[in-house]
Write a protein that binds this ligand. Structure first.
Ligand SMILES: N[C@@H](CCC(=O)N[C@@H](CS)C(=O)NCC(=O)O)C(=O)O
Length: 215
C-alpha cells in the first residue's frame, strides 16, 4: 500500500497506527502541507479535497477520509481487530472516534486557521486561540465521558485498542505540537499514554516521521 500523508497530520497518524497494528506493509509519501504541496494539481488529481491521508490499496483510485480507511482496513484485515465485536461497545468506540475526527479535528486544520487569518483578518495569535478552543472543547467532553462511562477501561473502550484510541492519540499528539494545556484531563492522559506505550502506535507518532522538527 502507498499512502500520501504529512508528519504533523492527525488523520495520517490514525491510519499509520492502524497499518502498523495490523502489520500491513506500506510506504508513505510525505507532503509538505506548510509549503502547500497538498494544493498543487498533482495532488488534487489524487484527492480533490487537498487533504491527507490518501491511501492506494490497489490499482484503483485511492481511499480518502481516515475513518473510512480505518473501516476498510478493519473489513479487509480483521485478524488484529480494532473495533469491538459486539454492537453496543462498537457503537461507543465509533462515537468516541467521531467526537474527535468529525467534531474536534476539523476545527483546527490548516485550511481553517488560514481562512480565519485571511477572511476575518485574525492575527496568528488569535487564530491559535481558536485552535486551543477547538482542542479544549473536545478534550473536556472526552474527559467527562471517559471518566464517567462504564465502557472505559485500559483503553477508551474496554481493554483493547480501537479506532477511538487511534483518534485519541492523534489529538493528544496535537496538544504537544500546539502547546495545549492537558493538566485538566487526567483520564485522557492515562489512556493516551497507554496507547503510545504500544510500539506500533509509537512508531506512527508525528514526531517520528520525516519532516518533523527534532524536538
Ligand atoms: N476528515 C479527514 C481530514 C483530512 C484533513 O483535514 N487532513 C489534514 C491533515 S490532518 C490536511 O490535509 N489538511 C490540509 C489543510 O487543512 O489545508 C480525515 O479524517 O481524513
Amino acid at each position: 500500500m502507498k499512502m500520501y500523508g504529512n508528519w504533523r497530520s492527525a488523520a495520517s497518524f490514525r491510519v499509520r497506527a492502524a497499518l502498523n497494528l495490523k502489520g500491513i506493509p506500506y510506504e508513505e509519501v510525505f507532503l509538505d502541507i506548510d509549503a502547500g504541496e497538498h494544493t498543487q494539481p498533482d495532488f488534487l488529481a489524487i484527492n480533490p479535497q487537498g487533504a491527507v491521508p490518501a491511501l492506494f490499496v490497489d490499482d484503483g483510485p485511492p481511499l480518502t477520509q481516515s475513518l473510512a480507511i480505518l473501516d476498510y482496513l478493519e473489513e479487509t484485515h480483521p485478524e488484529v481487530p480494532l473495533l469491538p465485536a459486539d454492537p453496543r461497545p462498537r457503537a461507543r468506540a465509533r462515537s468516541l472516534a467521531q467526537l474527535i475526527a468529525c467534531d474536534t479535528h476539523p476545527l483546527y486544520t490548516p485550511r481553517v486557521r488560514k481562512q480565519l487569518m485571511k477572511a476575518y483578518d485574525l492575527s496568528k495569535e488569535r487564530a491559535m486561540e481558536f485552535l486551543h478552543f477547538a482542542f479544549t472543547n473536545g478534550l473536556k467532553t472526552l474527559e467527562t465521558r471517559l471518566a464517567s462511562e462504564p465502557g472505559s477501561g485500559r483503553f477508551m473502550q474496554g481493554d483493547a485498542v480501537s479506532h477511538a484510541d487511534l483518534c485519541l492519540v492523534s489529538l493528544w499528539a496535537g496538544t504537544g505540537i500546539f502547546g495545549v494545556d492537558t493538566s485538566p484531563y487526567p483520564t485522557v492522559k492515562r489512556i493516551a499514554e497507554a496507547c503510545l506505550a504500544l510500539d506500533a502506535v509509537a512508531r506512527a507518532h508525528p514526531l517520528k516521521q520525516p519532516g518533523a522538527p527534532a524536538a
